[in-house]
Each structure stands twice: as structure tokens, then as C-alpha cells.
Design a protein around this ligand. Structure first.
Ligand SMILES: C[S@@+](CC[C@H](N)C(=O)[O-])C[C@H]1O[C@@H](n2cnc3c(N)ncnc32)[C@H](O)[C@@H]1O
Length: 217
């Protein structure tokens, strides 16, 4: 073999190597539950099809004076859009496990709406809020990324007022929760899906707590 030739692997060894690498990559792809890395934050500034801010407006229908919670704001694509809609009397709490994400959002917020945005570093599976606090809670491409999404739904159901709503946006990536699965998980946690926008691959769902006595779940 000359100094410039690559070593030739026996055929059986190369098949085993490729299969092992593929299995390891697949295992990582489906099981990795680390939060979205801040180093890849630029991708979060892109609006996804069916999950744009105008799609969110159609389903969230935020009103001035409301208290709203956003879980997993990332770099604030939705935060900076929703906060001004709540007006000076309203408040948008944002909650993320990564302090870098919260700092990023707050550094982007312009003066008037920055006063209404209140950051919290916490895990969405144990929300640091009292029962019946929020008029609305929303998560965009965050629920599937969090381990134990059912626990997140249970916590969201707890902190939403009986007349409130939960908005979930999911996109077809490796953490995607198909609409049918969301529906089943929500039913088990006392939340009822009342609206869906977009196909199952990229959708917004609007849910309400089942204990709202004004209509049957
Ligand atoms: C894919 S990003 C979505 C960001 C933004 N909503 C968007 O659509 O651009 C998911 C966000 O969820 C946050 N996150 C992941 N696990 C979390 C947890 N257990 N509790 C709270 N936030 C979490 C990540 O830090 C990240 O900011």
C-alpha cells in the first residue's frame, strides 16, 4: 500500500461499522431530550409553515389586560409578537430551563413591552405558579422537546383559569407530537381540544380545561 492509499476495510467489518453507527445515531435521534441548544438559536428566528405568528394570533386571540404564560420561548420569536397585544395592563410570563434563552429574549425586548415580560427560569414539569393564574398558556415547538409532556399538560391545566385556554404548536421534527397523541394525552389530563389549525405535521391546537362547567367536555 502506498502512503497515499486509504486502508481497505474487510467488507463484513465495514457493514458492521455502518450498522452500528446508524443504530447509535437513531437511538440518539429518538431518545435525546436535551433542551434546544442556544448555539443553534438562529434557526429559531425562522417562522415555520402553519406556525407563523399570524397563525398563532388566530388561535391564541390575546386580549389587552390578560395574563399569559409562554413555555419555552427560545429566542422570543412569539414573545415579542404577543407581549404588545396584552397592553400596559397585561403581563406575559415566559418560562424556560435555559437562562441564556431568557436573557436573549429580554435583551431583544423594546422598552414598552419589556415591562410586561417577566422571565422565570424553571422546568415546565413543575410550574412555579398558583392554581388558576393565567388566562392563557402557550407553547410553540416546545412540548415535544420536554421529557414527560403529559406532566407539562397537567401543570398547564392546573395554572390556567377555568375559563382559560392552552395553545400547543407542534412541528414535524424529531420531537414532534402528532395531533392524535396530543389529543389522547390532553384528555387524560383534563384538557379538551376545541380547535385545530393546520395539518398534523404542523399544527396549532387550542384546548380548554374540562372543569369549565359552562359546557361538557
Ligand atoms: C425548539 S425551542 C422553541 C422556541 C420557540 N418557542 C420557537 O418556536 O422559536 C424549545 C424551547 O423549550 C425550552 N425547554 C426545553 N425543555 C424545557 C423544560 N423542561 N422546561 C422549560 N422549557 C424547556 C428550550 O430551552 C427552548 O427554549
Amino acid at each position: 500500500m502506498s502512503a497515499f492509499q486509504l486502508p481497505v476495510m474487510p467488507r463484513r467489518t465495514s457493514v458492521i461499522t455502518v450498522a452500528t453507527a446508524t443504530a447509535a445515531a437513531s437511538a440518539w435521534w429518538y431518545s435525546d431530550r436535551a433542551p434546544y441548544p442556544y448555539s443553534r438559536r438562529r434557526l429559531l428566528d425562522l417562522q415555520l409553515p402553519f406556525l407563523s405568528n399570524s397563525d398563532l394570533d388566530q388561535v391564541l386571540r390575546a386580549r389587552p389586560g390578560e395574563r399569559v404564560l409562554e413555555i419555552g420561548p427560545g429566542t422570543g420569536l412569539q414573545t415579542l409578537h404577543v407581549a404588545p397585544q396584552l397592553g400596559p395592563e397585561g403581563r406575559l410570563d415566559i418560562l424556560d430551563v435555559q437562562q441564556e434563552m431568557l436573557d436573549h429574549v429580554m435583551s431583544q425586548a423594546a422598552r414598552p413591552e419589556a415591562a410586561q415580560i417577566v422571565p422565570h427560569r424553571a422546568d415546565a414539569r413543575a410550574l412555579p405558579f398558583d392554581t388558576d393564574t393565567f388566562d392563557a398558556v402557550y407553547l410553540v415547538t416546545a412540548l415535544g422537546e420536554i421529557p414527560q409532556p403529559r406532566q407539562v399538560l397537567a401543570e398547564a391545566a392546573r395554572v390556567i383559569k377555568p375559563s382559560g385556554r392552552l395553545i400547543v404548536g407542534e412541528f414535524f421534527d424529531r420531537h414532534w407530537i402528532p395531533f392524535g397523541r396530543l389529543h389522547r394525552m390532553a384528555d387524560g389530563e383534563g384538557l379538551h381540544v376545541i380547535e385545530r389549525r393546520g395539518p398534523s405535521l404542523a399544527y396549532f391546537a387550542r384546548l380548554r380545561p374540562c372543569w369549565d362547567r359552562s359546557s361538557a367536555c
